[in-house]
Design a protein around this ligand. Sequence first.
Ligand code: ADE
Length: 229
Amino acid sequence: MKKITILTLFKDVVANATNFSILKKAKANKKVKINVVDFRLFSKNKHKKVDDTPYGGGAGMVLSLQPIVDAIKAYTTKNSHVVLLSPQGKKFNQTTAKQYAKSKKDLVLICGHYEGFDQRIINYVDEVISIGDYVLTGGELPAAIITDAVVRLLNGVITKQSLNDESFENNLLDYDNYTKPLNFQNYSVPKILLSGNHKLIKEFRQKNKITKTKKQRPDLFSKYAKTKK
Ligand code: ADE
């Protein structure tokens, strides 16, 4: 079973954000064990302090090494893959999600807060990961996002067909979907989807994926175009 451990100061946020829908079902079906740990418990300070003022001065507080490093030590083995969440990390994408789902059996995600970590933390982690070019108040939502993206890719969590058709497979976005009613106000459904001709429908959807990717995500489209050369 896949194990994901999340070290955080805001346990409730992470626990709630990783306990609904497919994630909840995956946990119940023993596809994943999600362990949310409050690293404040590891603080050796008598007031359970986890941060301090930055050397050299400047705004805000910096997370101290001791509680996090002790929490890492308590929750990892040599087989763990330890990821620090920070806007300064390498950008997370579907390829990283697949790699984590496939080959990182024991994933440990560390959520920062305040002005960030004491830089020496990088000596205790395998990788620094960002979920995108924006700054959040902490790593809690990024940890939940990564957990969600990884868990849905685990064997037996959702069908292979769903995974094959979805966005980012072969550097294309997913095709457009429609359901009943056939006409809604002035909007109708592409006629070809009613034809019952599976070959034509498949071609139509493939064309739709390409046109849409070219328009919405030219960066992704150029990757797709390269693989077609
Ligand atoms: N913590 C704050 N912002 C973040 C981001 N964009 N990605 C990962 N962790 C973060």
